[in-house]
Design a binder for this molecule. Structure first.
Ligand code: SF4
Length: 344
């Protein structure tokens, strides 16, 4: 009886299965206007997995793409459109501009940033690198163009393990920034000697092992999918750990009917498309004291909306620029990553 009560309480407080949004007639009219603007402005919309469902579906419906940051930039650079609209956060717009300098890059808002980017200011990071000249500098894509310009390599979470394993095999010691949780995971998996910058993602850092164990009691047969920006205690509970695209692939590959997902809930749109027959459950954040059931949504990704998307297309607002000297330096690490990926 106690066990039953506990399970019900957990379900009530922590479990919120994914339900897709439906759009109102006003929203449908706005979507039609945006579709028309995309054609008139010769623009393609690329959206990150963590943006709102409605933006992801609009990107798909208009020949754009929904992807992780690396694939967004690669898709954008191959697009024949003269304008790319990047629905995501600032470093994604900058990466698109660095890979496609001839294109106009617009963002619904330039204020959408990332706690990892904010937590790694270029001047301090450069001094850190200067203090450790014997180390190969590897930075995560979630950094400013200036920080990338100081790096030997840029990596996304999809490719970080492979790149660091490669450097480790060559006997190189790594200076890693900015996400300490991802860095710890990579060091553990590869055995590489990694000196870490002390940064974190405010969304993934909130996942708690206790909350996931509680949900596992409700869904004992579920698999747990975890992004490696999460704390170690959460990664330790994972049946699959990986980047956004790797988690979607894991959702397909795993035999489980129910999946507890510890990453931004924006991923549920594409993940549910990939596994329509499976039940997706948001992993809780904040533990028992939290006032919300799950806060697993990036506040900066959430700044992208139909209103500011329409406005940016109409008025050409939110154009991303990158200093040419910075771009040329940052391209060294970006090009290495792209060449490494295509060489595998
Ligand atoms: S989810 Fe985390 S890593 Fe991604 S943009 Fe938001 S703060 Fe940055």
């Amino acid at each position: 009886m106690t066990e039953l009560l506990d399970r019900d309480q957990v379900r009530e407080h922590l479990v919120r299965p994914y339900t897709p949004q439906s759009s109102s007639s006003d929203q449908k009219r706005q979507i039609e206007r945006i579709k028309q603007l995309l054609i008139e402005r010769d623009a393609t919309l690329v959206a990150h997995y963590y943006t709102d469902d409605v933006l992801q579906s609009l990107a798909e419906a208009t020949g754009g793409c929904v992807a992780d940051s690396l694939e967004m930039a690669r898709f954008g650079s191959k697009s024949p459109s003269s304008t790319l609209v990047v629905a995501g956060v600032r470093f994604m717009g900058e990466t698109a501009k660095m890979l496609s300098p001839e294109k106009r890059i617009l963002m619904p808002t330039l204020e959408a940033t990332c706690s990892l980017d904010i937590g790694c200011p270029a001047a301090e990071f450069s001094a850190f690198c200067d203090a450790h000249p014997d180390r190969t500098v590897v930075v995560y894509a979630n950094t400013s163009a200036e920080v990338k310009a100081r790096a030997d390599w840029v990596v996304t979470s999809a490719i970080a393990l492979d790149v660091v394993a490669h450097l480790h095999e060559k006997g190189e010691k790594v200076l890693w920034a900015p996400d300490k949780h991802l860095g710890r995971y990579v060091a553990e998996q590869t055995g590489a000697d990694m000196l870490m910058w002390d940064g974190a993602c405010i969304v993934h850092e909130e996942f708690k092992a206790k909350g996931i164990l509680d949900i596992k009691r409700v869904y004992p047969d579920a698999a747990v999918l975890v992004h490696p920006e999460s704390p170690q205690s959460v990664v330790d509970l994972a049946d699959a750990t990986g980047s956004t695209s790797q988690l979607i692939n894991a959702a397909k590959a795993l035999p489980h009917d129910t999946l507890i997902v510890a990453t931004d809930r924006g991923i549920f749109y594409k993940m549910q498309q990939a596994v329509p027959e499976k039940l997706l459950v948001e992993a809780p954040t904040g533990g028992n004291g939290a006032t919300c059931r799950s806060c697993a949504h990036c506040p900066w990704m959430a700044m992208n909306a139909l209103d500011n998307l329409e406005q940016c297309l109409k008025e050409g607002l939110g154009e991303v620029t990158v200093d040419e000297a910075v771009r040329v330096k940052a391209l060294v690490g970006l090009d290495r990553m792209l060449a490494f990926k295509s060489g595998r």
